[in-house]
Write a protein that binds this ligand. Sequence first.
Ligand code: AMP
Length: 197
Amino acid sequence: MNAFTELGLNAKLVRNVSAKGYDRPSTIQAKAIPLVLSGCDLMAAAQTGTGKTAAFTLPALQVVKSLGRPGPKDVTCLILTPTRELSAQIADGLRAYGAGTKVYSQMVCGGVNIRPQIRNLARGTDILVATPGRLLDLLGQGAVRFDHVKMWVLDEADRMLDMGFIPAMRSIHAALPKQRQTLMFSATFSREVEKLA
Ligand code: AMP
């Protein structure tokens, strides 16, 4: 399998990955990272534990960095996940892999006060990690804009379906620009997931 340096990631990201103690990319990382960096859309089957979080957060950090700072309330990369736990895990990954890159990422989930989230979104977000319900709420309140989203990541799409997030996802999808890069990860690819894709 390739070394991280051969996947097209910049030196800082490779250093951050080495600092985590990863010697080599996992299969999903070796396959997905070059494709995401080249701007492709992606549909990938990957279970938790395969290293899929780094497979999309590493190239997302690099792509977003090259696009410049977002305007007020704007989001450059939107990562949608079904649960708070998964969001927190991705946010942790972004912090570790993105150390020293000055890429501004944050997470918005339900069950906590919405006011600080509204405040933090006001200055614009490079990478936003969110669960669908709270994100729609924030969108409805005008706290966030999707007009300049360049990359949309759907993580654990099959669980999104199981948890009844389809209507929320449709509303979010409708608010996104047509021109964007889309990455979809799912542990299973049922007919429903394929229909969603
Ligand atoms: P994930 O599938 O994204 O939930 O990752 C599962 C675990 O594998 C996490 O604890 C990561 O820190 C770890 N991990 C991710 N990529 C690698 C890698 N290339 N080498 C070793 N461990 C990794």
